[in-house]
Design a protein around this ligand. Sequence first.
Ligand code: SF4
Length: 474
Amino acid sequence: MNYSRTGKCPFDAMNEECGVFGVYSPTKKDLGSMVFYGLYALQHRGQESAGIAVSSGDGIIYHKGMGLVPYAFSNFSLNNFPKSNVSIGHVRYSTTGSSNILNGQPLVFTGKRGKIALAHNGNIVNSDQLREELIKDGIIFQTNIDTEVIAALINKYSDKDLIEGVKMAAEKLIGAFTLLIMTKDVLIAVRDSYGIRPLCLGKLDDNIIVSSETCALDSVRAEFVRDMKPGEILVSDKNGTVSFYMEKKRESLCIFEHVYFARPDSIIDGCSVYDARQKSGRLLAKKYPVEADIVSGVPDSAVVAARSYAEESGIPYVEALTKNRYVGRTFIQPDQKSREKYVDVKMNALKFNVEGKRLVLLDDSIVRGTTSKKIVTMLKKAGAKEVHLRICSPIIKHPCYFGIDMQTHDELIGNNRTEKEIAEELGADSVRYMKIEDLKEACSSSDLGFCMACFDGKYPMPVDGKDKDKLRLK
Ligand code: SF4
C-alpha cells in the first residue's frame, strides 16, 4: 500500500502495503545502516512503520518504530546493531491488521530452527482459513496480520530444514507475497509464483541484496543483478547463493506498480517505470485530445505522464496544483473520512496559473472519486474554465484482494458507471481513461505478464466465495 509513494495526494489513493530490503554478507559488516538507507529509498511503499533486524552471531537483534523511517529510528542508534552477516528491513502500510507497533515488521519469533525474522509485502487471500487450521493445531497468535500466519506455517514445516519449511509454507499460501526471511546466518527471499509484487536482486562487493525496487539498490550504490523470478526461493549463506523454484503460475505483476506505486527511477521486470508513464501520457494525448489552454498533472505520480501529454499535444504544461511536501503519511489518519478532511491541507490550486483556463488534468487512477471530486472543485473555485480529466489507467471496476487498499465493489466509483457518469459525479467537463490495450502497450517492455484484475475481473488465482466482497481485508 502507498500514497506519497511517489508523492501523490493520499486521500483517495489506493494504498499498497510494504517494501522490503535485505542483505547477506559473507563477512561481518555494518548491515543495519545499509538496510536503513535501503528502506529510506522504499519509503514511498509504506509510511506507517519501519523495522530492521540484524543477526547478532547467536541470535537476532531488531528495532521497529511507528512512522517514517527516520522517525521510527529516532530513539534508536544504528550503532546498537552489531556488525553482522544478515539483515532485513521493512516499511509498512497496513491493509491487514491495525496500525500499531505490534503489527510492525520484521516479525521476529523463535521456532524449531531458532530465531527467525520475517518481512512480508503483499496479501494472503487464504490467511483466515490457514489461521483457523493452525489454531486447531494448537498454534496461538499474537497479532491479526497475515505475516504471523506465514511465520507459523514456516515453523510448522521446518522439522528437518528451514528452506524446506519455507518452500512448503509458500506453496500453501494463496495471494501476493514477497518474503524476506533471516536466521543468524541465512537470508532467504521468496517471490510468489505469480510475481504479483516486485523483488530484485543486487550486489555490492560481496554483499547479496534483495529489494522491492531497484531505486533502493541505487541508494546504497549496489549493482542491479536481475529481477527475481516468480516462484523463486533464493537462499544466501556462507556456501553461496542458490535458487529453488516453485510451480510456475500465470505471470501477474501488478500493473499498478508502473501506474502508481513504484518510484519512477525504478525498473521492474525489465520495464522502466518512468518510460511506462511517459508512454501513457503520449497515448492519452493521441487517443483523447481535447481543446485546452494548459495541461497539468496531479503531483507527483501523474506529472511524468502529463508532461508527455503536453509534448504530444503541443499544449503547454503548467502547474495547476501545488502540494504541501511536509504533510507526511504520519499526518494522515487511517480511515477514509479523516483522510478526506485533509485534502485542502495537502494540496492547493495555483489560482494564478489556472484562472480562466481550459485545463487538461492527468491523474494516475481514480478509486473512490472523493479526491478527484475535491480537486476538480478546488480548480474550478480557483477560476479554471474547464477541467478535463485524463486517467493513466483503465476504469477500476473490481476490488483487489492482493494487498491494495480497495476492497469492495461498492466503494469504487467506476463500478457500474460510464465515463460520462463519472465526469458528472466529479463535476469535470470530461473524463477519459486509458484502455487496457494501451496500458499494456505503455508497459510492453516488461518481461512479465500483468495482473489487471481490478479492470477486467480476471483474477490470476481463484478468489473463492459466493460474495467476493466478503474476502475484504480487515
Ligand atoms: S487487482 Fe489491480 S491493484 Fe490488485 S494486484 Fe491486480 S492489478 Fe494490482
